[in-house]
Design a protein around this ligand. Structure first.
Ligand SMILES: NC(=O)N[C@H]1NC(=O)NC1=O
Ligand SMILES: [Zn+2]
Ligand SMILES: [Zn+2]
Length: 450
């Protein structure tokens, strides 16, 4: 008779099937109905859904350098409370940005000391670090990230077209991938400058300074460069239907391009930012309702590769400005991705549960060559999973947030689906309000087992 470290009994998979899951040494070693054997720990998951742990591909942890905005400890516990078991940290908002091997090592050390969850790092592509791309690949970056518009911080430069073009040539050769924040720099900068010069600094003026055409043009240009250079491309936080359409058309022509959207584009609109203010300020900005509907439609059809939070936290003071342009642009959302997909995707729109779960697990893992070690409930995979009481409703409260700074545009929102437990490689890191104190996280590298 087998002895396991952990046995989960009677969990319900997204497919509706009921199953037992056995874990030894952090790995799933058996899956099936009524498994025999004993375990050091048993979890009765009757009445609970058992999903693979989520992987948030787009998170800004500001450590080192701006840990007072968000660090690995606070960021990872919020992610864990939201059903995530791994995340990819963006190269900006920390100082230094992840622009070379030395900066990568600083990130790694900080994360190893504090992260509850497994993590990977995006490396920067900036005009001044083309010579450092090789060493970043050697360090194990999950991909590179470039800003086509201003980044919001002085220490992360946006790419000019030459850097984008030559950077893509190099990244293609290195066998990596480039993710872009796609908004046209010239247009957004000029529109913002003109509005501010005219004293127009309200929310409406900000929204108008970042029109859909600025996003669509940048996506188009990045796709052209990707086609020319053969560089795998990923468009982060697409906010409009036309942006997704360009990606679909390019893929049909054989370009290796994918896109993500974020929960805020799926559940909030420009009217919400006008009501909520800077807590809902992001770039690209929130869009009219018809864009939200278009995005849901593409999600339903499987055309959006995955959903990521773009958690970009900041202290509250940085959000409080008379001049809306000056308020920090970034939404604190890392804890709410799965809850919002369950509430608005499953409960409200009746999207299939397996699709919604895949949007934050298998699809992310596949794009970044972590599958099936990550994002999968199969024998041999890491025992990363989440237990969810799907029919239970609750209202998100400020004191239920695990961020360093407890603000969120979703406070007060009715949610469906309570995350009861989050498990990383067999270790419970979150359990109904409690979170582990010691870091379990390890570095993930594309294509390699940790
Ligand atoms: N600097 C930074 O985090 N920017 C992010 N925030 C946001 O709303 N969009 C972004 O790209
Ligand atoms: Zn961005
Ligand atoms: Zn971002």
């Amino acid at each position: 008779m087998s002895t396991y470290d952990l046995l989960v009994r009677n969990g319900t998979l997204a497919s509706g099937e009921t199953i037992d899951l056995a874990v030894s040494a952090g790995t799933i070693v058996a899956l099936g109905r009524e498994l025999t054997g004993s375990a050091q720990e048993e979890i009765d998951a009757s009445g609970l859904y058992l999903f693979p742990g989520g992987i948030d591909a787009h998170v800004h942890i500001n450590e080192p350098g701006r840990t007072h905005w968000e660090g690995f400890a606070t960021g990872s516990r919020a992610l864990a409370a939201g059903g995530m078991t791994a995340f990819f940290d963006m190269p900006l908002n920390s100082t230094p940005p992840t622009r070379d091997a030395a900066a990568f090592r600083q990130k790694l050390e900080a994360a190893q000391q504090a992260s509850l969850l497994d993590f990977a790092f995006w490396g920067a592509l900036q005009p001044d670090n083309l010579e450092q791309l090789d060493e970043l690949v050697e360090c194990g970056v999950i991909g590179f990230k470039a800003f086509m518009s201003e980044s919001g911080t002085d220490d992360f430069q946006s790419v000019d077209d030459l850097t984008l073009y030559e950077g893509m040539q190099r990244i293609a050769k290195l066998g990596s991938l480039l993710a872009v924040h796609a908004e046209n720099l010239t247009l957004t900068r000029a529109l913002a400058q003109r509005a501010r010069a005219q004293g127009k600094t309200d929310i409406r003026a900000y929204l108008e300074s970042r029109p859909i055409i600025a996003e669509v043009e940048a996506i188009q240009r990045a796709i052209l460069f990707a086609d020319e250079t053969g560089c795998p491309l990923h468009i982060v936080h697409v906010s409009c239907g036309a942006g997704v359409r360009l990606v679909i058309e390019a893929r049909a022509r054989g370009v290796d391009v994918s896109c993500e959207t974020c929960p805020h584009y799926l559940v909030l609109t420009e009217e919400d930012v006008e009501q909520l203010g800077a807590v809902a300020k992001c770039a690209p900005p929130l869009r009219p309702l018809e864009e939200q509907e278009a995005l849901w439609d593409y999600v339903r059809r499987g055309e959006i590769a995955f959903v990521a939070s773009d958690h970009s936290p900041a202290p509250r003071e940085l959000k409080e400005h008379e001049d809306f342009f000056a308020a920090w642009g970034g939404i604190s959302g890392a804890q709410s991705t799965l809850p919002l997909l369950l509430t608005e995707g499953y409960a409200a729109r009746r999207l299939p549960l397996p699709l919604l779960v895949e949007l934050i697990s298998a699809r992310v893992a596949r794009r970044f060559r972590l599958w099936p070690q990550k994002g999968s409930l199969t024998v041999g995979s890491d025992a990363d999973f989440v237990l969810v009481r799907l029919e239970k409703r609750y209202t998100l409260q400020q004191d239920g947030l695990f961020y360093r700074h407890q603000h969120s545009p979703y406070i007060g929102r009715e949610m469906q689906g309570v995350i009861e437990r989050t498990v990383v490689r067999g270790q419970t890191v979150y359990l109904e309000g409690w979170h582990a104190e010691r870091p379990y996280g390890r570095l993930l590298r594309p294509g390699a087992k940790v």
